[in-house]
Design a protein around this ligand. Sequence first.
Ligand SMILES: *[C@@H]1O[C@H](CO)[C@@H](O)[C@H](O)[C@H]1NC(C)=O
Ligand SMILES: *[C@@H]1O[C@H](CO)[C@@H](O)[C@H](O)[C@H]1NC(C)=O
Length: 188
Amino acid sequence: MVSVLFAINLCSKSEDSNKLAYPGTTDNETVVVKHDMTLIRIVEFDGTKLTIDAWLGTEWRDPRFLWDSSPTNIRLPISLIWTPDIVLYDNPDTRIRFEPNAIIKQSGFVYYSQPIRLEVDNCRQFQDVFTCTFKFGSWTFDGFKIDLLNRSHVIDLSNFQQHKSYDIIDTSVVRNELYYACCTGIVS
Ligand SMILES: *[C@@H]1O[C@H](CO)[C@@H](O)[C@H](O)[C@H]1NC(C)=O
Ligand SMILES: *[C@@H]1O[C@H](CO)[C@@H](O)[C@H](O)[C@H]1NC(C)=O
């Protein structure tokens, strides 16, 4: 899912700001970020509001991580590297519950998975079926800077703990590309 916002590009004030800076290069300003979701459990559902526990996976390439020698991958806490600011639009202040390590491959690919509790109150009922949607996107970067793609076309249910009252019928993932008329073609 990509959702494009009017954006301010922010830069961290950290003393060591270079390693936390946006990794786009002048050759290619776009950082392709891939996202996936693993549903763990339904915490609460009241017909409108759905709260779930999930793992969110995020993958991108940071060309500053490139090396030849072994090891072929390393692990670093995500607070030490640049990470894309992908948020759940319904609840942007959703906090991660602990800081995972990112796995960084020598080709520059970075991946981390975060356990997270997500809540939306947009569920709609049609006959017996409720549909709830979780929309993610970058908070500050537009679609020219962060191109958000889905890593799969469904939510991973392989770790799902059955709920006593509700079944999951199916899931889907849609990448939503929306450019506002004012900004089409402008890279800033
Ligand atoms: C540059 O970014 C675009 C944006 O999605 C991507 O499709 C393309 O493969 C990238 N090119 C290089 C050389 O990395
Ligand atoms: C991303 O989602 C679209 C739409 O559901 C799907 O067609 C596509 O296969 C998905 N991408 C991947 C890598 O699964």
